[in-house]
Design a protein around this ligand. Sequence first.
Ligand SMILES: [Zn+2]
Length: 506
Amino acid sequence: MPYRSVCRWLCLFLIPVGLTDSPLAAELTAGAAKVDITNYDAGPVNDPLFAKALVLKSGEDTVVLVTVDAVAIGEIGPIKNDYLGKVRGELERTLGISPQHVLINASHCHGIVCPDVAERTVQAVTAAAKQLVPVTVGTGRGFEDRIMENRRLKLKSGREADVRHAYSLPPDDAVAEVGPVDPDIGLLRLDRADGSGTLAVLYQFACHPIQTVPNGGNSADMIGFASKVLEEGLGDEALALFFQGCGGDINPVQYKDVNNPRDAEPLGHKLGLSALTAARKIECSKDASLRILNETLALPRADNAEKIAALEAEQQRLLGSLRGTTLNLKTFLTLTMNQGLSAEFPTSYSHRYLHEKSRGRNDLERFDAENKRNLEAYRQNIYVMEELTRLQANLALLKKHQARNVASGSRTIDVELVTLKVGDFVLTTFPGELTVRIGLHLKQASPFPQTFVSGYTNGYIYYAPTKEQLLNVGGAQEDSDCLLAPDWQEIYEKHALAMLRKLDGK
Ligand SMILES: [Zn+2]
């Protein structure tokens, strides 16, 4: 028996519990459908939100991929904590689909979905399951690096800050460096085997879709626009389903622009066109094996009691550092403008300074020096105020999660991890906001070249930053809006890689 055949034969006996493996020869069928989940009672709508479903069937196995234009699967936003169980329970009851084979990803846009989103999600899956057709599959990778940036800033002090609307950025000269982004667009394309075009494209990318639209209406943000470009570009009623990646510390560019209204549409168009360009190049084949693993992992909860005490002490120190000056906001702005217009002669015409000098006096210069000292003191107060807004917002998050961890009575938190392989396309998921380095690391370490990592799937446990980012607890949202202890990263990455290797049969 040739070596490869021996391996394949051996693998049949090495498949671990929980692993479903459909033989390569089994035909893959698929169906796709979408249902509008916009809450039309929640104010003006700019563009609709959708639950989209892709049902894949191979032999006896059925896998369901659902994407929703919502902030999270439970915990925050309008989707309630019972949503996942409700959808899975109903799909098991009516369609006989195993709950462990149902993946639901939230795009993390901040749109407002309707109260009956669970029922409508079931409708989308049911409609998709009713129209299964034989498909061929292919995978690929697009490239986009113009629309996003890493939102964590390394400061010269060694601490890190992040780009949020909740507070001010540190002064420009305090910033030392920025973090990475992941320009990959992961792509799975499914074509109808009868040659009648593309049935669906699943695309995956890492970025917070939170740019909003100029009219402030309800919106699926850049994902809604990107999916529309893909669907119209592909034609044949193809459905584009978006899986959010490791976007925990990735923001849209110009997120804090105050000179132009922020607009998700051009960003979404760029993402959609980049995805479309790559999707068109994919060649689909009949080699469409379907494998899925679903496991639960316990991760350590954080204990930030000491960090909270240290931050409260820092809060008092900052408050105590505020010093009164003769200026108020109005006089500060006037003097700042005068200094900016004429650093040498801010108070009056230059000839008055020259006249004073010729008479052996320097009253104006002395006055300017005093104003300069007051301006600097006032500026320092403003920086302290800005630092306090950052500290207090993050301290409140830390206290919230500390209380939650204490109330849980447990040192660990369970997370559901799924690893899915469709042809050469591999997706591994996590129910929290993974930061981008974790995705980059797992992709590099995976035995499969086309591996993509998605947070925001099958639940929501807030941010999941790296061990190193957690050294900065209290300094930025990702490290403060978090339930996890620093060791979580190593435990998770090891387990996710083990699951990938199980799919690889190693
Ligand atoms: Zn987020």
